[in-house]
Design a protein around this ligand. Structure first.
Ligand code: R5P
Length: 311
């Protein structure tokens, strides 16, 4: 049987090493460096002929992260790996996923094309911004949910005390799933509007939040606007404790400071992305996703079901 060979770009090196520990394998020797003009240069430094290669790389900006992934896929393909899986814990460029205005790209489709054309045989990812992005690929995509990790962290919450909040209409399915997993909790919805990209305005709150402890559930925290505006509006409606859980913490700009100033008691994200210490909000807890990804990799390698991880 072919061996598992684990590689990564620079951005996801730590996560790849954690996955390797879970799988009890030694990461494959590889090198990612730069030519003097900044162009990326990669090389796989050991034989992967006939091997089952898994390349771990989140594709948040800068685009060099995506480029490293594409180059590593190409290198593995040309080195005669038997199968190449792109493990993309955070799939970037996912937010322009339809032509909803004139003259806009469908960025996630373009990125899917690039990954496929580079030579990936399959994709493993976590909490895609929109499930339908799976259909932009003509290769198998396993989209894991981080819910089991949050469930382990938050435990069973009291349905008389806690309400799960979706911070916008797009996250309602995710919120309902989390509500079911944490103990059939009631849900509330924040009706959010985006006057321009990266700005959020709350129009209305649907559901009972007064005197309740809340858990706001989202896939991404980027500028923190969605979360902070939701928290302020919820507090004005009489919410008690406000906690937030998001799979991917980008914390761009001054998101960390903004969150620290907002009426939010705790923020929990997974480590699909590495967050600079200086950018983190003080009230942040980071949960490891390596075991979940490691288990999925093991099952893909052994041709076993991955769907039982979608709990
Ligand atoms: C929106 O559709 C997403 O689910 C997140 O709510 C959004 O990406 C968060 O962005 P920001 O933190 O910049 O408001």
């Amino acid at each position: 049987m072919s061996e598992i060979k684990l590689l990564s770009g620079i951005a996801s090196r730590k996560l790849m090493e954690d996955i390797a520990r879970y799988l009890e394998v030694v990461p494959a020797e590889s090198m990612v460096s730069r030519f003097s003009d900044g162009e990326i240069r990669v090389q796989i430094l050991e034989n992967v002929r006939g091997d089952d290669v898994f390349i771990v790389q989140s594709t948040q900006p800068p685009a060099d992260n995506l480029m490293e992934l594409l180059l590593l896929i190409d290198a593995a393909r040309r080195a005669s790996a038997s199968r190449v899986t792109a493990v993309i814990p955070y799939f970037g460029y996912a937010r322009q996923d339809r032509k909803d205005q004139p003259r806009v790209p469908i960025s996630s489709k373009l990125v899917a094309n690039l990954i496929e054309r580079a030579g990936a045989d399959r994709v493993l990812t976590v909490d895609l911004h929109a499930d339908q992005i799976q259909g932009f690929f003509d290769i198998p995509v396993d989209n894991l949910y981080a819910t089991p990790i949050f469930r382990e962290y938050f435990g069973h919450l009291d349905p008389n005390r806690y309400v799960i909040v979706s911070p916008d209409i797009g996250s309602i399915k995710r919120a309902r799933h989390m509500a079911n997993k944490l103990g059939n909790l009631p849900i509330a919805l924040v009706d959010k509007r985006r006057p321009s990209p990266n700005r959020a305005e709350v129009i209305n709150i649907v559901g009972e939040v007064s005197g309740k402890d809340l858990l706001i559930v989202d896939d991404i925290i980027d500028t923190g606007s969605t979360l902070c505006e939701a928290a302020k509006a919820l507090k004005e409606k009489g919410a008690n404790l406000i906690r937030a859980a998001a799979t991917h913490g980008l914390f761009s700009g001054n998101a960390g400071e903004k969150i620290d100033r907002a009426p939010i008691d705790e923020v929990v994200v997974t480590d699909t992305l590495t967050v600079d210490e200086g950018k983190r909000p003080g009230k942040l807890n980071i949960l490891g996703i390596a075991n979940l990804l490691g288990e999925a990799i093991r099952r893909i390698h052994e041709e076993r079901s991955v769907s039982s991880l979608f709990i």
